[in-house]
Design a protein around this ligand. Structure first.
Ligand SMILES: C[S@@+](CC[C@H](N)C(=O)[O-])C[C@H]1O[C@@H](n2cnc3c(N)ncnc32)[C@H](O)[C@@H]1O
Length: 588
């Protein structure tokens, strides 16, 4: 799945500027003599051209010699044998082998096939332009100018010329097509819903841009008899066809972003985020780790100024998940966005910390490191198999302050409580990590989202219940998801505000987009702006949401609290009966 491939390069989105690494390098400079271009009539024959010419001369000489020798031999033979060897000439074999050996059809020593074979051997040569005639190199032209041409060369030159003309014609046709469609062409109902064929993708993208253009200046650019809704319907359908999303998710995306940003977001979902690792500061320092990896042929750099432990891997000659450093627990392979909730939680040494949905342990092991392996970290997950992965990772990374539990987060506080801090990295739809899991594009519907936010609300309320509101160092809860949907984020936090004695506090994260305080007619608490949203097209991170809450004394809490708890418990029991296994939800 994924955005369907557009075959013509012209439609490809241009790469915007250099990458991080190249930015560090200045413009390349060249010595003057190299920069000077030679006048075209005096250009030298390239080494390859010379080689070819030499080979041809040698072949011609050889051909002549062989021809001479053959004539001589035949004449001599004829003189000595008379004309008795006619049969031998025909069959090619004179011994008993002729019974079972079929003579190979006599072939000219230097016929066109041979020439072709030799040319195709040349394909191995780097920069060979044999099949890139459209971008015909000057080298080839040089050879054409000063070498006698063989038939095959003349023919192939003709073919190349024909191909070039055909390409020019098709480009011209496409341009004309696009110009003809200056006004948005509304297709018939059937055409809208049917899958766009590959060849139409360019036109589809053109129409998408045109419709966005009209919607941005609707009064002046619309067709008189067309409503805004018609344009929006067409846009949604075209985007679904072009990027392979279902209508449900595309609607959500269109609700979230201004039109100008929608394509950027969708395009960013077509590109993988950079591979990143987190240094395990319990075992090594980032600089030492980077050096060790560089020595193994890994191309690494510090991730960004907002993290002191992250490294970005540009490329590697060794598998990053199997180096001795990895096996020794010097780092965790982890998306950069996963660092953010742990940084917002800011756990302190000697605290009691709970990671409510911890498997496979990426964030839990970071929390353990931030606690400098002191205090108590409870890493919980409802999925038993996944909980085992937490054990493996805590062992590998050398955490000694961690207890792994396998409990349902919706009822966790019935087993344990009194924590200073808690992270709820909730199971979610995964609508922020489409680049990682393209299936999200077409597999999620209203019911899935509902199931997710119901569980998220229950887990978050229970996490708040596990917190010691009188903690002298903490009393904090961080709620995060790898979804960008408001239903799974601001709406869940608002639910917690309405039902538990918590307030939103600043995350302490120095970048990110503010949470929504208003969304499609729904107002959220004004402090929702302290929450942080992360987007692939803006931050080159997975789509992510981070909120930080502080629990205050229950004595000041909501009077309706016990009532709500009862309601929640009832709801949770109903949910359980519905077999909405938590494992089915997206993992980070
Ligand atoms: C987003 S993943 C957590 C990723 C993890 N924090 C990390 O950084 O490696 C969500 C996790 O929640 C777990 N989960 C789902 N429902 C749960 C529940 N009711 N209680 C506790 N954990 C649950 C899933 O098994 C899954 O491992």
């Amino acid at each position: 799945m994924g955005r369907r491939k557009v075959t013509d390069d012209k439609s490809a989105k241009p790469i915007r500027g250099p990458g991080r690494k190249s930015k560090k390098q200045g413009e390349p400079t060249f010595p003057k003599e190299l920069a000077q271009t030679e006048p075209t009539d005096k250009r030298k024959v390239s080494s390859r051209g010379k080689q070819r010419a030499r080979k041809r001369l040698e072949k011609d000489k050889l051909k002549q010699t062989i021809n001479k020798n053959t004539k001589l031999k035949t004449a001599t033979k004829r003189q000595s044998d008379g004309e008795s060897n006619d049969e031998e000439q025909i069959n090619g074999y004179t011994d008993e082998n002729q019974q079972w050996l079929k003579p190979k059809k006599k072939k000219e020593l230097f016929d066109d096939d041979d020439e072709q074979n030799e040319e195709s051997m040349d394909e191995d040569v780097p920069y060979d332009d044999q099949f890139n005639e459209m971008e015909s190199s000057s080298e080839e032209e040089d050879n054409d100018n000063d070498e006698p041409k063989l038939d095959i060369e003349k023919q192939s030159k003709k073919i190349r010329e024909k191909q070039r003309q055909a390409k020019e014609r098709s480009e011209q046709e496409l341009l004309t097509n696009i110009q003809q469609h200056e006004k948005v062409q509304f297709p018939s109902g059937q055409e809208v819903t049917k899958e766009a064929p590959q060849a139409d993708l360019q036109l589809l993208m053109h129409r998408i841009r045109e419709v966005i253009n009209v919607l941005n200046d609707f009064k002046n650019k619309r067709e008189a008899n067309r409503s805004r809704k018609e344009y929006l319907d067409l846009l949604r359908q075209d985007l679904c066809n072009y990027y392979s999303y279902n209508e449900f998710l595309m609607n959500k995306i269109l609700d979230l972003f201004p039109l100008a940003e929608v394509i950027d977001f969708l395009e960013a979902n077509e590109v993988q985020r950079p591979v990143t690792i987190r240094t395990n500061t319990l075992k090594t320092r980032r600089r030492d780790l980077a050096q060790a990896l560089i020595n193994r042929g890994v191309n690494v750099d510090p991730l960004d100024k907002w993290t002191k432990v992250g490294l970005v891997i540009y490329n590697s000659q060794v598998p990053i998940g199997a180096t001795p450093e990895y096996l020794c627990g010097h780092y965790m392979l982890q998306g950069a966005s996963s660092f953010l909730p742990c940084m917002a939680l800011a756990p302190q040494p000697n605290e009691r910390v709970l990671d409510m949905c911890a498997a496979p342990g990426g964030k839990a092991t970071y929390i353990g490191a931030l606690m400098r392996n002191s205090g108590i970290l409870v890493a919980n997950d409802a999925n038993k198999d996944r909980a085992r992965a937490i054990i493996a990772n805590t062992h590998r990374l050398g955490l000694t302050n961690t207890i792994v539990t396998n409990l349902d987060g919706r009822h966790f506080s019935e087993h344990m409580g009194g924590f200073d801090r808690c992270l709820v990295d909730a199971p979610c739809s995964g609508a922020g990590v489409i680049a990682k899991d393209q299936a999200v594009k077409s597999s999620k519907d209203e019911k899935d989202i509902q199931r997710c936010f119901t569980a998220q609300r229950q887990i978050l309320l229970n996490a708040i219940d596990s917190i010691n509101e009188n903690s002298t160092t903490g009393g904090y809860i961080v709620y995060s998801t790898c979804s960008i949907l408001v239903e799974e984020n601001e709406a869940v936090v608002q639910y917690a505000l309405n039902n538990r004695p918590v307030k939103i506090v600043e995350t302490g994260l120095e970048f990110g987009v503010e949470g929504f305080t208003n969304f499609k007619g729904t107002s959220f608490h004004p402090f929702m702006k302290y929450c942080r949203r992360y987007y692939p097209h803006l931050h080159n991170l997975d789509g992510f949401f981070v909120a930080k809450l502080k629990k205050y004394s229950t004595k000041q809490g909501n009077k309706k609290e016990s009532e709500t708890i009862e309601k929640e418990k009832k709801k949770a029991e109903e949910e359980e009966e519905e077999d909405d296994s938590p494992e089915a939800m997206a993992d980070d």
